[in-house]
Design a protein around this ligand. Sequence first.
Ligand code: UGA
Length: 446
Amino acid sequence: MNVAVIGTGYVGLVTAACLAEIGHSVIGMDDVPSKVATLQAGGLPIYEPYLAELVTRNMVSGRLSFTDDVAVSVRNATVIFICVNTPPLPSGEADLSYVENATRRIASIANGYACIVQKSTVPVRTGQWLERTMNIYSEYPEAEYDVASNPEFTREGMAVEDFLHPDRIVLGVKTDRAERVLRELYAPIVEGRFECPIHRECSAGQGIQVQVTDLSSAELIKHASNSFLAMKISYANMLADLCEVVGADIRQVVKGIGSDKRIGSSFLNAGIGYGGSCFPKDLKAFVNIAEKHGVDFSLLREAERINEARVEMVLQKLRKALWNLKGKRIGLLGLAFKPGTDDIRSAPALVIAKRLLADGATVVGTDPHATRVAEEVPGLSIVKDAYEVARGAEALILCTEWPQFRELDWAKIKTRMMHPFILDGRNALDCESLRASGFEVVGIGI
Ligand code: UGA
């Protein structure tokens, strides 16, 4: 099937590469010529496991190409994915002007049949606007189209794996034709008819639910899923605070809660809070949508407030251990908003760095992949590894639980530090053995 993907950010690039990998002929389109030039030359603007391999292989096989010309991508496509960004406006609402713009351009070019699929995270009822925009601006009387919503649930750092092995595929459609087209598009994934680029032996296709809904329900499912997960994290963080006061261990508590199948154990890791380009933005947007429709979603506002307060919690723990922070060197292990990605958008580490710098501390950080952060936080020094971070530091804060931080030579770290204090912001280190080696270690809720 011929597929066009408008927008080659995280969502668009993963969608394009994975659909090519399962056998479709895909053209990725982006307005930024330098980005397209990088992709055409075999480079990737982002780091995502397996993505480079997929992009290269499918470009070589001719199933994947990139262009900055929307007409080239759209003209022969049966399915057109809109994957442009929806940045937050100061009000918290999503800016949908890029979505509208992409739709208008599609309308001015598409002259056959196309199923236009919204994959960017958008507020409920965007699909209706898409359809209206197509109706108003379509330039070809012979053009036929369906509008659909197919939210993505891929995690950064796991995007290729999540795309090829989803729990569910949600198809928000208005017509049988759109359902048929999208079922055919995803058939190789649903039926496990592709060679998995990740696992030698894998359960491709097993247990995937294809849920066909109306447009609005599909749109809501996306925002509701992310908001629920964010709420779960804030719940665990509140529990962690309570654990500290009453002398309980959050790791045991969430284990006990999570083994109830109705609750589940994922997204209950307490720590310095959630970040990334999705949860903070989606939560705000969802609250905004609810309020616009007269529904008071203060439950989510509270989840957001709890998350924002995690930085103050970190500062308090540091002050408790170090007294004054002014003039002290504090090291940050990990800068990305989570392991497996170089993405620093709304990363808790950077918010912490800014607060520490404002308090007069000297802040040094390192990350295996997120290295281009200097301009985001003026004053934050980036060094090559944890051993450099440790040099002269009075405290280390583990902000991102990269596996390599667990394998550090802690004896070497200790000799370099001015004072061997570790704040494990993700409860990821072996606190007991670190304490046995002479470190002062503080975790979250333990
Ligand atoms: C999230 C969702 O998990 C995806 O399903 C969704 O498709 C995506 O947003 C999106 O809307 O595009 P992502 O932002 O990549 O994916 O990251 P997550 O793995 O969900 O982690 C988000 C944040 O929560 C990270 O900062 C992570 O450190 C934090 N987190 C996660 C916790 O603090 N505790 C946990 O138990 C889990």
